[in-house]
Design a protein around this ligand. Structure first.
Ligand SMILES: Cc1cc2nc3c(=O)[nH]c(=O)nc-3n(C[C@H](O)[C@H](O)[C@H](O)COP(=O)(O)OP(=O)(O)OC[C@H]3O[C@@H](n4cnc5c(N)ncnc54)[C@H](O)[C@@H]3O)c2cc1C
Length: 542
C-alpha cells in the first residue's frame, strides 16, 4: 500500500496550491482528483485575480489579502496575467463624492498589486472609451484588476508539485477515508478506471470545494459551507476593450469583461441545494444577465452568446445573509482541535486571488503537525514557464510560426513555449493550426499529451482553450481528434468516444443560449457530426 506524508484531495486552485507548497517543503505528497485539474469552482470563475474591491466596506481583510497576494501571483507567473481596465458607471451626481472617497481608500490597497489609481470620467470621455454605452451613463470611475486563465494556474501548480516529487493522480476519486479504531484518519480509499486502491497518509488535506460537505461526512468531520451557484455567459468576440462594472435588476454587482479573445458577462449568485456534479444553466439565468448588461450596453441583446457556464462558490456558512453579502473570507479547519479527529485538515471559502496565501496557511498547519520546520517558498519560486522572459518575435522567426500563434502559446506556457516549438523541428507538420479561434497548433496538443497529463479532447480543451472560441469546436474537434489518436496510438472507436464526450460538453454549454438563427445553425452542425461523421452509432452504445 503506497504511503505518503500527505494526500491532498481535490485539484482546484487550493488543492494544487497546497500540494505544491507541501512538496516544495520536501514532504511526500499525493494529489488526488476525481476529474481533471480545475473541474470545480476553480475552472468556472470570472478568472480575476482581483483585489476585492467590493469587500472594502464589510470585509477589509479580504481586500488586503487579495491585493497582497495578487502581487505575489504576478511575480511567480507573470506570463499568465493580463491587465483589465475597469469602468464603473455612475448614474447619480450625488454619489460622486462617495465613490471618490471609496476609490481613494481602495487605491492604497491596489498598489500592492501594481494597480493604477482611479480616475473620475465625464460622459464625453466615457463615450470615447465605450462608444456604444447607454446615454444614461453620465459619470464613471476607473480602476483595474488582473485577469488569469484559472485552469492553467491550477495545472502549473500541479506541474510544479510534480517536479518537486508529488504524485498526481487525476480521474481518481476518493470514495472513503481509512480510519484507525478511534476514528482518526490514516489515509483514503480511491477508485480510478483500473480499480480501487488504498493510500496511507500521515495527514489528509480536504480541498474539495463545493463537495466538502459530501467528503466530510465520509470522513466523520463537519465543514459547513453555503454553496452559491454563479452563471457566466461567453460572447463570441471582444465587444469592448474595457470592463464595465454593472448593477443588476436586484442591485447586485456584475461584470461585462473582455477576456482573452471573447467577452464574458457574469455572474449570478444563488444558494444551491442540488448535486454539484449536475450543474445546469436555466434560461431565466441567461435572461437575468442579459437584462442587467443591456441597461449599460443596449446593443448586447443583438450580440452572439456562444455558451453559458456555471460554477459553485464554496462559501463559508452563515445564516440570515443574502448570498451576495456572504463573507469571501476563508477558513482552515483543524479537525483535531474542532472535533478531536486527528489526521485530517480541510479548507473552505476564500478566492482564487488569495489561493497562494490560503495554501500557505494550510501547509503551515500540516507541516507543523508533521514536525516539519521547512518554510513556504511558493511566493519566491516561479511557476513552470515563469523562469525567464522570452521574445515572441524571435520564436516566430526561428521556428517559422506566425507571431499571433506564438503570442497565445507564450501566454499559456511562458518560456516553456520553446519546448513546444522544438517539436516542430522533427515534425514540421505539427505547425498546423488546429484551432483557429485561439489559435492552437498541433505541436501544443502533442506537448500537453506528453507533459501535462492530457488523455482526452476535453483534457486538451482545459489546457489550451481548444474549441472554446467563436466556432465552439466546429472547425477543430475532428482535426484535434486525429492528433490525439495518433499521439496516444488510440483505436478509432476510443478517439470517436473522446470526440463525442468533447462535443457533448460543448453542447451542454450552448443549449441554454440557443435561439432563432443560432438554434437552426446548431441543428445543422449536429446533423453534420451525427449523419456525415456517423457519431450516432456511438450514442446507441451509451
Ligand atoms: C461563478 C464564480 C465566480 C468566481 N469569481 C472569482 C473571481 O473572479 N476571482 C476570485 O478570486 N475568485 C472567484 N471565485 C471563487 C473561486 O473560484 C473559488 O474560491 C476557488 O476556485 C475555490 O477553489 P477550491 O480549490 O477550494 O475548490 P474547487 O475548485 O471546486 O476544487 C475542488 C476539487 O475537488 C474535486 N473533488 C471533489 N470531490 C472529490 C473526491 N471525492 N475525490 C477527488 N476529488 C474530488 C473536484 O472535482 C474539484 O476539482 C468565483 C467562484 C465562482 C463559482
Amino acid at each position: 500500500m503506497p504511503e505518503y506524508d500527505v494526500v491532498v484531495v481535490g485539484a482546484g486552485v487550493n488543492g494544487t496550491g497546497i500540494a505544491r507548497d507541501l512538496a516544495l517543503r520536501g514532504l511526500k505528497v499525493c494529489l488526488v482528483e476525481k476529474s481533471d485539474f480545475a473541474s470545480g469552482a476553480s475552472g468556472a470563475n470570472t478568472g480575476m485575480i482581483h483585489g476585492g474591491l467590493r469587500y472594502l466596506i464589510y470585509d477589509i481583510d479580504t481586500t488586503k489579502h487579495s491585493c497582497l497576494d495578487s502581487g505575489y501571483i504576478q511575480k511567480i507567473v507573470p506570463f499568465l496575467l493580463f491587465r483589465i481596465p475597469f469602468i464603473m458607471p455612475l448614474t447619480l451626481k450625488l454619489s460622486l463624492p462617495f465613490f471618490e472617497t471609496y476609490f481613494e481608500v481602495y487605491d492604497k490597497y491596489a498598489r500592492l498589486k501594481r494597480g493604477m489609481p482611479h480616475t473620475m470620467l465625464g460622459q464625453k470621455e466615457i463615450k470615447q472609451l465605450v462608444p456604444n454605452i447607454s446615454n444614461e451613463v453620465k459619470y464613471a470611475v476607473t480602476t483595474d484588476e488582473w485577469g488569469i486563465d484559472p485552469q492553467r494556474l491550477c495545472l502549473l501548480n500541479g506541474l510544479s508539485a510534480a517536479s518537486a516529487g508529488a504524485d498526481i493522480r487525476l480521474h481518481t476519486e476518493v470514495t472513503d477515508f481509512l480510519k484507525d479504531p478511534s476514528g482518526n484518519i490514516i489515509g483514503v480509499r480511491v477508485r480510478d478506471k483500473s480499480g480501487a486502491q488504498e493510500l496511507r497518509a500521515r495527514m489528509v488535506m480536504q480541498a474539495t470545494g463545493p463537495w466538502l460537505m459530501r467528503t466530510s461526512s465520509k470522513a466523520g468531520v463537519e465543514v459547513k459551507i453555503r454553496p452559491g451557484k454563479g452563471v457566466h455567459l461567453t460572447f463570441d468576440r471582444r465587444l469592448l476593450n474595457y470592463s464595465l462594472i454593472i448593477n443588476m435588476v436586484d442591485g447586485r454587482m456584475g461584470f461585462i469583461m473582455p477576456h482573452e479573445n471573447a467577452t464574458i458577462l457574469g455572474t449570478t449568485d444563488d444558494d444551491y441545494y442540488g448535486d454539484p456534479d449536475d450543474l445546469r444553466v436555466s434560461e431565466d439565468e441567461v435572461d437575468y444577465l442579459i437584462q442587467g448588461a443591456a441597461r449599460y450596453l443596449p446593443d448586447i441583446t443583438k450580440a452572439r452568446v456562444v455558451r453559458a457556464w456555471a460554477g459553485i462558490r464554496p462559501t463559508l456558512f452563515a445564516w440570515g445573509k443574502n448570498e451576495d453579502a456572504l463573507s469571501r473570507d476563508h477558513k482552515v479547519f483543524d479537525h483535531e482541535k474542532i472535533e478531536g479527529v486527528k489526521g485530517i485538515v480541510s479548507i473552505a471559502g476564500g478566492k482564487l486571488a488569495s489561493y497562494r496565501l490560503m495554501s500557505e496557511e494550510a501547509a503551515d498547519l500540516i507541516a507543523a503537525k508533521l514536525g516539519s520546520s521547512a518554510k513556504c517558498q511558493t511566493h519566491l519560486l516561479p511557476l513552470p514557464g515563469g523562469e525567464k522572459e522570452v521574445s515572441e518575435k524571435e520564436f516566430s522567426e526561428k521556428y517559422g510560426v506566425p507571431q499571433y500563434a506564438v503570442h497565445r502559446m507564450v501566454y499559456r506556457h511562458g518560456s516553456r513555449a520553446e519546448e513546444i516549438l522544438e517539436l516542430t523541428r522533427e515534425r514540421p507538420e505539427l505547425k498546423e493550426t488546429v484551432c483557429r479561434c485561439e489559435p492552437v497548433l498541433a505541436a501544443e496538443l502533442v506537448y500537453c499529451m506528453r507533459n501535462e497529463w492530457a488523455l482526452t479532447l476535453t483534457d486538451l480543451r482545459n489546457r489550451t482553450r481548444l474549441g472554446t472560441g467563436m466556432c465552439q469546436g466546429t472547425r477543430c474537434a475532428l482535426k484535434a481528434a486525429a492528433v490525439l489518436a495518433r499521439e496516444l496510438d488510440m483505436s478509432a472507436k476510443d478517439a470517436e468516444n473522446s470526440l463525442l464526450d468533447f462535443l457533448e460538453r460543448r453542447w451542454k454549454g450552448n443549449r441554454p443560449v440557443l435561439q432563432a438563427g443560432t438554434l437552426e445553425q446548431e441543428e445543422l452542425n449536429q446533423a453534420a457530426y451525427f449523419l456525415v461523421g456517423n457519431l450516432h452509432r456511438l450514442l446507441a452504445g451509451r
